[in-house]
Design a protein around this ligand. Structure first.
Ligand SMILES: Nc1ncnc2c1ncn2[C@@H]1O[C@H](COP(=O)(O)OP(=O)(O)O)[C@@H](O)[C@H]1O
Ligand SMILES: [Mg+2]
Length: 271
């Protein structure tokens, strides 16, 4: 049997709110992801999907605290690693793309230089070679006229373009595990489809393992092999996508399907 690349075991995370009250936001989360797999994580807003991802990245907000649990990655428990080793892993082996790509970019730096910086860090190239490699990666991420676009600042790019820049940075890292947290929320529908196609193509080409967080069950059915369903800080069900759609076991999954699977109305249609 193949060993999982990632195994989250019984993860409890508490958060202190504005009034100093403590709330348990992850209540014993457990699931596994196997090498080369595309795993979906779905659930209503506020169910704890992003907090799970941030815990995996070692990027939980200060007010959040891991109470107990283990996160196994490549045979090591990340939560037992010294901080410095954990941050070395982040970026080199585990990378994440976010819902708001512009916020993840430095607003004061041309995007070509930002990509080049990641290339230098991870591939140890000189300045000029790294810049050239960065342009290649931008092109691989679906950006045309890269030498012009690379000179843009983040605010001069559309949301879809900014997400492609982050994807180029991720390509520079060549992570074993990519976490994509609602990577297309807020983009228009055509661009959403293009970004998902790009992520999927990269996943296949590089053999990256992907944890895809989304509220869009249509995307899950097209892209993912298995899916974990989350509600109120707990994983309610983990299943192969085909099984989940054919026979949702948990009443919450059935409810989620009835509320989220609205093919007639894309999620961002109201905006
Ligand atoms: N910065 C924050 N301050 C206080 N509470 C937060 C913060 N971020 C998230 N939470 C709370 O943590 C819980 C899980 O949130 P989150 O992981 O962001 O959900 P999801 O990504 O599934 O929408 C929610 O109850 C949310 O209200
Ligand atoms: Mg979220």
């Amino acid at each position: 049997m193949t060993e999982p690349l990632l195994a989250i075991e019984n993860l409890y995370v508490t958060l202190i709110d504005d009034r100093g009250k403590s709330k348990t936001i992850l209540q014993g989360v457990s699931f596994e992801i196997y090498p080369n797999e595309v795993m979906g994580l779905v659930g209503e807003s506020g169910s704890g999907k992003s907090m799970t991802a941030l815990a995996l990245m070692g990027l939980l907000p200060h007010r959040a605290q891991i109470h107990s649990g283990r996160i196994w990655f490549g045979g090591q428990n990340l939560l037992a690693l010294p901080k410095r080793e954990f941050s070395a892993l982040r970026g080199s082996q585990i990378a994440m793309i976010f819902q708001n790509p512009r916020a993840a970019l430095n607003p004061l730096m041309r995007v070509g230089n930002q990509v080049a910086r990641v290339v230098r860090l991870h591939q140890g190239l000189g300045k000029r070679a790294a810049y050239g490699k960065g342009l290649d990666l931008l092109q691989q991420a679906g950006i045309t006229d890269t030498s012009i676009r690379a000179r843009a600042y983040p605010h001069q790019l559309s949301g879809g373009m900014a997400q492609r820049v982050l994807i180029a940075m991720m390509l520079a890292c060549q992570p074993r595990l990519l976490i994509a947290d609602e990577p297309t929320t807020g983009l228009d529908v055509t661009i959403q489809a293009q970004i998902f196609e790009l992520i999927k193509a990269i996943q296949v080409e590089l053999g990256t393992t992907l944890l895809l967080i989304t509220h869009d069950l249509g995307v899950v059915s097209e892209v993912c092999q298995r899916v974990a369903v989350m509600q109120a800080g707990k994983i309610q069900e983990v299943a192969a996508v085909a099984d989940l759609f054919a026979h949702p076991q948990h009443p919450y999954t059935q409810h989620l399907m009835s509320t989220l699977l609205r093919v007639d109305r894309p999620a961002n249609y109201r905006e």
